[in-house]
Design a protein around this ligand. Sequence first.
Ligand SMILES: C[S@@+](CC[C@H](N)C(=O)[O-])C[C@H]1O[C@@H](n2cnc3c(N)ncnc32)[C@H](O)[C@@H]1O
Length: 223
Amino acid sequence: MTGGAPATHHHPLFSRLWLLLAPRFDAHGGSDLREELLAGLHGRVVEIGAADGRNFPHYPAGVREVVAIEPERILRERAGVAAREAPVPITVVGGVAEALPLPDDSVDVVVSSLVLCSVDDQRAAVGEMRRVLRPGGRLRVLEHVAAARPSHHRLQRVMDATVWPRCGGGCHTARDTVGTITDGGFEPVRLRRFRLPAGRVPNPASPWVLGELAAPATTGAER
Ligand SMILES: C[S@@+](CC[C@H](N)C(=O)[O-])C[C@H]1O[C@@H](n2cnc3c(N)ncnc32)[C@H](O)[C@@H]1O
């Protein structure tokens, strides 16, 4: 496990909140979503923003190696512990999605779950995914995205301009994440859009998308 992420990505409050709340999310359907996200994967994988490694137990046996990138120190340390228990070999590395510490065309799959809402520069992150993926490689995503309903989208924009990013480690709710990914040259293979079960208060971080997109069939050098 190595360090090497910018100091701006240390979020001690968010990381403690995440460690408290994420197990509840996983116990109430999150684990099933992670299982679906990673089903059938094989080859060499890079997972961006792995946090405390909640996806790690769900990697199928066909995965040869996972490089898990996590900028936040407390979460990265937890991910290192989770990696030792994982069913496949996982190396946890400090870094950010906007500057992946990997060569061009070096992985078969990129996994992003609940991360593109938080990166500083979505376009740069998508460009990096495309650079490190082999031609035709796959991007698996589980992300919450901008709402289509105007009233919900207005609520998202208000939250993004006020409390949400501060409490959520830089999370934004109103991003057109799928649009940014397809603008970056990825083609949807399968994507399903869904809502989490409704709670007593409206959840600004909804709807969600889960699925797979394909990188173009050109090499990093040709891009
Ligand atoms: C909501 S958590 C999701 C964690 C994990 N992917 C999961 O599904 O359980 C978001 C994660 O993205 C990380 N993150 C934030 N900005 C990032 C960036 N620019 N590059 C990579 N990871 C980032 C955070 O540190 C945090 O661990």
